[in-house]
Design a protein around this ligand. Sequence first.
Ligand code: TYD
Ligand code: MG
Length: 454
Amino acid sequence: MAAKRRSVFRCADCGAEHPKWAGRCEECGAWNTLVEEIVERTGRAGGLAGRRVAAGDPVPVRMADVSSTRLPRLRTGLSEFDYVLGGGLVPGSLVLIGGEPGVGKSTLLLQAAARLEAAGITTLYATGEESVEQIRLRVDRIAEDAGRVLALPEVRVDAIIAHAAAVGARVVMVDSIQTTYAEELDGAPGNVGQVRECAARLMRFAKTSGTTVVLVGHVTRVGMIAGPKTLEHMVDTVVYFEGEPASGFRLLRAVKNRFGSVDEVGIFEMTSAGLEPVANPSAAFMAGRPAETAGSAVTALMEGTRPVLIEIQALAAKAGFGTPQRVATGLEHKRLAVLLAVLERRGGYPFHDLDVFVNVTGGVRLVEPASDLAVVAALVSSLTDRPLPADTLFLGEVGLGGEIRPVGAIDRRLAEADRLGFRRAFVSARTRPGGVLELVPLTHVADLGGRLAA
Ligand code: TYD
Ligand code: MG
């Protein structure tokens, strides 16, 4: 019996299946969550009991008989990209690259495609976002020679797969999954049903042919891959490309990786000739640091397993009328509010009628509490208008009582600061002594001013 196609409508929240579209899911009551899904039926329904194993069906295998030789990874040659992937692209895997528009996803893929082609790995770059002429303009800018890259202006997923098979591509890039569509589905490209169905077909193609498929997915400001959060579960690897548009630095972060660590972060700089891996991020982030300016403090973040030095700038200024402003870039607003309250209540530093601005340089986002002490030091420095010593690092978590707590991976952070010529580090008094730098122990934020003046 021939395969028959039909659709069901599935609730994206609870997964309940409905035969027809409705505005509201009858199961869980959520609104606007039903998405179309294609169901493929082969043969009679309900005939499972009588089914026999057919020729060509997969059969159970003993684990001892499964070869454990690993397929060699396809190196893109962009060192930071390969590093985040865990050593390169795994054949037959599905990779999703998420990021806000303009962050550089297409540029990254075009550069990777050029390098893969140069290594003799046929790569197909399917584009639904830009015309081939627009891509050609980008080709002229990047440092790589992308002349051999095969670009395909196509948005129908089956046509992309057919072309990939026809040219014998070992890597297929789909830019983007939101512009790709399956003709049998009614929804417009970009809706959840389309995105999931296209990703599922590309996944089947990847697994059956051994081709690596790289998908581009746009994320919205809230940081979700637009619409299809479900995509993250389907793919093997999810990497996010982030960075403030105004800054040249871009961070590539693996948030899921079936073939490697999710800790790793790759750092690039967007230049006039495309993305360049940053071999020495600390030095790059420290390069533009102003000398002898109040309100600047340096800390060491762990970006994955690598320590990276970063500058935090604060400015406290007399507020005009009304509620003072609190503006944080690269730091959660709530975290800034907490640290200001702790400084005010526990340290006696009067911030309540001042406008406060905090900026993390390089477009980096602070996620670790280990950087609290540096934020606090930058704030106190700006308040007192006294520059912090340029060769001093700040490492510590600040508690609600004003106490300063030790941070993890302290040795690696201190070693990185030492490598860049730092001499001293303000740390929690509970940090075990030793290490490469002179340590200044602190127990409480109230001690900060005194220790800085000393
Ligand atoms: P793009 O790769 O188009 O971003 P995305 O695909 O994530 O939307 O990158 C867009 C930005 O990068 C654009 O603002 C121009 C800038 N850019 C450079 O600065 N240098 C370059 O060599 C290239 C190709 C782009
Ligand atoms: Mg793009």
